[in-house]
Design a protein around this ligand. Structure first.
Ligand code: CA
Length: 225
């Protein structure tokens, strides 16, 4: 406990409310009210997680994220007023770990925070997962197919990792959402399908393998041929 969270949010009333709730949960919280200060503090390396608003004075949240990602893999959850799945996907592809759409329930934010921190701590060093021609070095965040490295976004990586950890077991969309996104958000289970499509494009299609299988009406499973 006592994980340190940086909250970058210019709406002071919202920031105070979130700060109060996070402190109540035992987190140590620091606030920044503009993008420039937020980036400077985020780069200090003192935080376990960053909550980052998109619409900020001085530097936008997306610009803060881009600059932060050059140096740091600290988990970042974006706070956004935007709402469509594709907007979320494009934000996630630029290096955010997760998205929370305003207005959000504090319970949802807390669940996302727990999931992001859990993903961060991960399994022990040197952990390797594999299925057929696909290998994943969890610690180094590397995936190879037939020995060739494959670039995956953070969320694609987390999804593949969860599937590999459960090789041979059929996972429902809800179970994948809960494990990878950290919250059972009703009505958005198609996020899983979107990311499965991304993974298939980069793995199955690109290398002519059959890794991720659809079990109609149930979910997805990774099987070895
Ligand atoms: Ca704002």
């Amino acid at each position: 406990m006592g994980e340190r969270i940086l909250l970058v949010e210019d709406e002071e009333k919202l920031a105070r409310m979130v700060e109060m709730e996070l402190k109540y949960e035992g987190y140590i919280v620091e606030k920044a009210f503009d993008g420039r200060t937020g980036l400077e503090r985020a780069l200090s390396g003192e935080f376990d997680l960053i909550l980052l608003d998109i619409m900020l004075p001085q530097l936008s949240g997306m610009e803060v994220l881009r600059r932060l990602r050059r140096e740091s893999q600290v988990p970042v959850i974006m706070l956004t007023a935007r709402d469509s799945v594709m907007d979320k996907v494009s934000g996630l592809d630029s290096g955010a770990d997760d998205y929370v759409t305003k207005p959000f329930a504090i319970e949802e934010l807390l669940a996302r925070i727990r999931a992001a921190l859990r993903n961060q701590s991960g399994p022990g060093p040197g952990t390797c997962l594999s299925a057929g021609e696909v290998s994943m070095d969890v610690e180094r965040h590397q995936v190879t197919v037939k020995g060739t490295p494959v670039e995956l976004t953070k969320k694609e990586f987390d999804l593949l990792r969860h599937l590999l950890e459960n090789k041979g077991r059929v996972l429902t969309r809800e179970a994948l959402l809960d494990a990878v996104w950290g919250f059972d958000f009703v009505g958005e289970t198609n996020s899983v399908d979107v990311y499965i499509r991304f993974l298939r494009g980069k793995l199955d299609d690109a290398f002519g393998i059959k890794l991720i299988h659809t079990v109609r009406g149930v979910g997805y499973v990774i099987k070895e041929d």
